[in-house]
Write a new protein. Sequence first.
Length: 367
Amino acid sequence: MAAFDYDIIIAGSGPAGVSTWLHLHKLHPDLAARTLVLEKASHPRPKLCGGGVMRAADTVLGLLRIRIQVPSVPVHNAEFRYHGRRFYWRQKNFFRVVRRHQFDAALVAAALQRGMPLHQQEALLRFELLEDGIQVYTARGSYRTRVLVGADGANSVVRAGMRLREPHRMARLIEVLTPTEPTRAYEFTTHTAVFDFAGVDEGLQGYIWDFPCLENGSAYINRGIYDSRYYPQRERADLKRLFRAGLEARNAYDATQSWQGHPERWFDPRATLSQPHILLVGDAAGVDPLAGEGISFALGYGAVAAEELVDAFRREDFRFEGYRERILTHPLGRALRQRRLMAAACYRGWPRVLLTMFFIAMGLRWR
């Protein structure tokens, strides 16, 4: 039997991957020391995201005794718009808006201080399942490991290598930053995040958002559109047209600005989340289908995955047959199932249900 280079390799150093390592370090420091984290880019790296950090995320980090201090804008009000009407959820420090490249880099820095082995600019290319582990091939070489954790996002190489025959469950998002004057911008002066559901009547299974944020010390509005595609059989909404109309209605459209698009995988409790010697976490497994919230759920996956990994090495059993049940019975899984049920009702096309579900979701905390 050939020796293993690492006991565990985690593909991806976003919140899900780093959280998995940090929780491993908390539960089993020796196992964490034998775990390698791979990152195809180098921190701080560009990352598209609305940047909303919910209280649940800070709770998870607090239990790890980590505090991420990066430029952020506190949000005390959530404004929901539909058919010209406005509804509000008011809560002090409801969430804060960060820039993901800064948040992720700070989280990685905290993990590096605790000894996290990290190879940056080393992309996972493919892997082969062995009798007793996995051979991982990267842009720099290859490694033999007992377990591979896919924390590599919605377009996960790990997930693709599992060759699953399942629905994609992919949401679509477009995002742009528009400069603003913080002393005049409504989102800044009132600390408000806007969720506009005007596009629901035109097939959008989601909303347009306006979040106040800071980039390089300057004020911007992070504007985006989220389409969950919870009902994939329905005709696709014209995201670009709807987004442009939303920007024009806000006097924020600029033809010279380039929009950025990215996918997001949402959670389904029936989906495959593991195979022998393989676990999926974060976007690779699936996050919130209702609002597309990813950061807090990604961090939460790390806690569940670490428990599963420690148990697997204790029992010398790497089939991970109990991983799904562990997720579903954890507060993380219960919250994801709630969000999925809410998304099913919300995007069915019933306006009152839509707004009611969002209000309920905003009031729920899973940590």
